[in-house]
Design a protein around this ligand. Structure first.
Ligand code: NAD
Ligand code: WQD
Length: 339
């Protein structure tokens, strides 16, 4: 499998995965509607890799856009990053989220089938585990009980994919459930560039570091955890990117539907992450304790055994690496890709 169609390839995880693929001599074609990313990402990818991926500005909900790509390119495998991902926004705009994420994935799968392309890798999320009873979770842990429409789109798409392989056994699918991707490419040329006030922890911290926000609000220090703050499994985005190469290799050898959690296996609290960023910064970072955030779960991190045994996947980086690289990106690009 050499020719990879990456939907959402100018986004945060997509761009890092494209770099990884280009460095390994895959031929990459991107489709992105640029609803949450910037075209300049392509220049940055070229700067890092010396190669420019073929780019189509288009929408996965558009059969015409997809037909053009499948007509003009031989595609062996599709990685579907395209989707809306803001949890809070999804509560306010559920129809937009269901339409974009679920309908978009359905149109993409239909067009793949028409063009005899059956290898599919899907960006799912740890959010499908809802509020886990036991941690670490593994791939057999109960899914469901999602706390917002965004998470439910991931749950429903997973279900659709399971139904699809029963009806159409030619489909060969890898579902990757990402834990909390943070960090950036060590070059500092690509990274996470949220619009407006960041919803997520790491970009909020780096915006405090760069002087764009006054202080970090820690959402609750009264959870039943080692320091009262929530526990997550933060994974370096470059490790996550490599996980997609492992998934391609898996689909090359196997036929069916496969599910893997991608994390480090290590749970870190909000304070652990803050302290890692303080190390990268060399000074303290202002914070205040704020009320709990609705929908947050106390702890979620993964057992990494299945991904290691079946994909050979093992994260290389720890939260200090993640903090260093996220800070390097933010420092070099205080306004993200706007500069
Ligand atoms: P992102 O918003 O940076 O990237 C998504 C890209 O998809 C953007 O470039 C956006 O412009 C594009 N896009 C959205 N809808 C589209 C459509 N209909 N047609 C074409 N392009 C479209 O997000 P990300 O953090 O890189 O996440 C990538 C995928 O991974 C998403 O599906 C997300 O739900 C999933 N995921 C992300 C996280 C996370 O914490 N970042 C965790 C788990 C899963
Ligand atoms: C991490 C921790 C917050 C911001 C979300 C989605 C999930 C997945 C990854 C896509 C929590 C705390 C945060 C802040 C804080 N995305 N926090 N102050 O909530 O684990 O997961 O992103 O699939 O679906 O829900 O990540 O980075 O928002 O929060 O104290 O300003 O940091 O309470 O404990 P989360 P996060």
């Amino acid at each position: 499998m050499k020719n990879i169609l990456v939907t959402g390839g100018t986004g945060y995880i997509g761009s890092h995965t494209v770099v990884e693929l280009l460095n390994l001599n895959y031929n990459v074609i991107i489709i992105d509607n640029l609803s949450n990313s910037k075209i300049v990402v392509l220049d940055r990818i070229e700067k890092i890799t010396g190669k420019r991926p073929k780019f189509y500005k288009g929408d996965i909900r558009s059969k015409d856009d997809l037909r053009k790509i499948f007509n003009e390119n031989k595609i062996d495998c599709v990685i579907n990053f395209a989707g809306l991902k803001a949890v809070g926004e999804s509560v306010k705009k559920p129809l937009e989220y269901y339409e974009n994420n679920i309908y978009g994935s359905i149109v993409l799968l239909e067009e793949m089938k028409k063009n005899n392309v059956y290898n599919f890798i899907f960006s799912s999320s740890a959010t499908v585990y809802g509020d886990p009873i036991d941690v670490p979770v593994d791939e057999n842990s109960k899914i469901g009980g999602t706390t917002n429409p965004y998470g439910t789109t991931k749950l429903f798409i997973e279900r659709i994919l399971n139904d699809l392989v029963i009806a159409e056994p030619k489909f060969n699918i890898c579902i990757l459930r990402y834990f909390n991707p943070i960090g950036a490419h060590p070059s500092g040329l690509i990274g996470e560039d949220p619009n407006g006030i960041p919803n997520n922890l790491a970009p909020y911290i780096t915006q405090v570091m760069v002087g764009k926000r006054e202080k970090l609000n820690i959402f609750g220090n009264d959870y039943d955890t080692k320091d009262g703050t929530c526990i997550r499994d933060y994974i370096h985005v470059c490790d996550l990117a490599y996980g997609h190469v492992c998934a391609i290799n898996k689909l090359e050898k196997s036929q069916g539907i496969f599910i893997y959690n991608l994390g480090t296996g290590k749970g870190s609290s909000v304070f652990d992450v803050l302290h890692a960023f303080e190390k990268a910064y060399g000074k303290p970072i202002a914070y205040a304790i704020a009320p709990r955030r609705a929908g947050d779960v106390k702890a979620n991190y993964t057992d990494v055994t299945k991904a290691y045994n079946e994909l050979g996947f093992k994260a290389k980086y720890d939260i200090l690496d993640m903090a260093r690289d996220a800070w390097n990106w933010q420092k070099n690009n205080p306004n993200g890709y706007e500069d």
